[in-house]
Design a binder for this molecule. Structure first.
Ligand SMILES: Nc1ncnc2c1ncn2[C@@H]1O[C@H](COP(=O)(O)OP(=O)(O)OP(=O)(O)O)[C@@H](O)[C@H]1O
Ligand SMILES: [Mg+2]
Length: 224
């Protein structure tokens, strides 16, 4: 797939392209937290399913935020100094120099009611915490949802740990050692592939059609 050919607004939530199984408990926890907490961090080992759960929860919570949801995918970002620039781009803000970019984000968010998602924070955890702190302090109607292998350790942060998916007992013998799953060593994708669930789910679009994702919150003009 050629990414450059996809028309996608910055910050827009992607639609699911594979099926989604389980996670009712985690989704219920996130549903409650996104209505009350200011910073929610979905934590767990690599590949366990943090992003899938977080984006599901965000899509469900979207209606609670008058200015919508904005997703910043940070997995491909390696320079922590570029974090404010990346988040600003996702919000649709014009570029600033690095120093004032974080201020511009806070200014923009100050009067907005928005869910800001930072996906894959672990390798930039200090920079994410440094941005989240002022956003939470000065943008009172903004809720932040992060996914990370480790928490930001900010005041008021609520963590939602994601355990590995259980292996169905009727799965092919020896596909995934259950002990390894309990130890958190097996990513969700491997568990699903090992059980035959992935064969059924991975190549099919999601079952019931869901509403198209709304565009993320964008400033009406660069001056606002
Ligand atoms: N509940 C689920 N149902 C179906 N597939 C899932 C589910 N959870 C995760 N997967 C699949 O498992 C793989 C890993 O999931 P995901 O990217 O959400 O993990 P992650 O914890 O965010 O990984 P990373 O730590 O690398 O960011 C993906 O292919 C994803 O589609
Ligand atoms: Mg992820």
């Amino acid at each position: 797939m050629t990414r450059g050919l996809i028309r996608r607004d910055p910050g827009e939530l992607p639609a699911e392209v594979t099926g989604f199984v389980g996670r009712q408990r985690e989704l219920a926890v996130l549903d409650g937290l996104l209505g009350t907490a200011r910073l929610v961090t979905v934590t767990g080992p690599g590949g366990v399913g943090k992003t899938r759960v977080a984006l599901r929860a965000a899509a469900k919570a979207r209606g609670q935020f008058a200015d919508g949801v904005c997703l910043a995918e940070l997995g491909g970002l390696h320079d922590p100094e570029l974090l404010p620039h990346t988040v600003a781009t996702c919000l649709g803000l014009p570029g600033q120099d690095t120093g004032s970019q974080a201020d511009a984000i806070v200014d923009y968010l100050r009067d907005r009611e928005l869910l800001l998602i930072l996906d894959s924070c672990e390798h930039l955890i200090g920079a994410c915490a440094a941005l989240a702190g002022p956003v939470l302090r000065y943008a009172a109607e903004v809720t932040m949802l992060a996914t990370s292998r480790q928490p930001m350790n900010l005041p008021g942060e609520h963590c939602c740990p994601i355990p590995p998916l259980p292996v169905p007992s009727q799965g092919p013998a020896g596909a995934v050692p259950a002990g390894a799953v309990r130890a958190g060593a097996v990513p969700a994708g491997a568990v699903l592939a090992g059980t035959g669930v992935a064969t059924r789910w991975s190549f099919l679009p999601s079952g019931p059609r869901r509403p198209r994702p709304a565009s993320p919150s964008r400033p009406p003009t660069a001056a606002t």
